[in-house]
Write a protein that binds this ligand. Structure first.
Ligand code: 5GP
Ligand code: ZN
Length: 113
């Protein structure tokens, strides 16, 4: 997708440090962090949201969880705890239409409300 921020990051067209990358996803730090550790786990493929996950793509979601756990370990927050969030659609405040998972941790997170 030509005007998608995360596709541009994936393609190296933006000045963004990629912490992790494999054949299915990549990980960057959120530009506007809301916790001491705030990472984004992003599929390489431009998938708009969970609603656009096609048949056979479900394993990608499981892989994103596994990558999140690995990155939490690398960040030193696997034992202290972390939160994984996928904002879906306007009510959840999804602002980038390229599927992504937030990994948040490093302090006590506010209650979900
Ligand atoms: P959403 O609100 O869609 O769930 O999350 C999108 C996230 O992407 C936001 O937390 C926002 O701060 C982050 N973000 C938006 N643009 C950029 C960018 O250019 N670089 C990085 N690293 N994060 C971005
Ligand atoms: Zn994209």
């Amino acid at each position: 997708m030509a005007d998608c921020i995360f596709c541009k990051v994936r393609n190296g067209e933006m000045d963004s440090h990629i912490l992790f990358r494999d054949d299915r996803c990549f990980v960057i730090r959120d530009i506007n962090p809301t916790a001491p550790t705030h990472l984004l786990i992003i599929p390489n493929q431009h998938i708009v949201s969970l609603a656009y996950i096609g048949p056979g793509q479900e394993p990608l979601i499981g892989h994103m969880f596994a990558v999140a756990e690995e990155l939490a370990r690398r960040e030193g927050i696997a034992l202290t705890g972390f939160r994984l969030v996928m904002n879906q659609g306007p009510d959840a405040g999804q602002s980038v239409s390229h599927l992504h998972m937030h990994l948040l941790g490093g302090n006590t997170l506010r209650d979900l409300g």
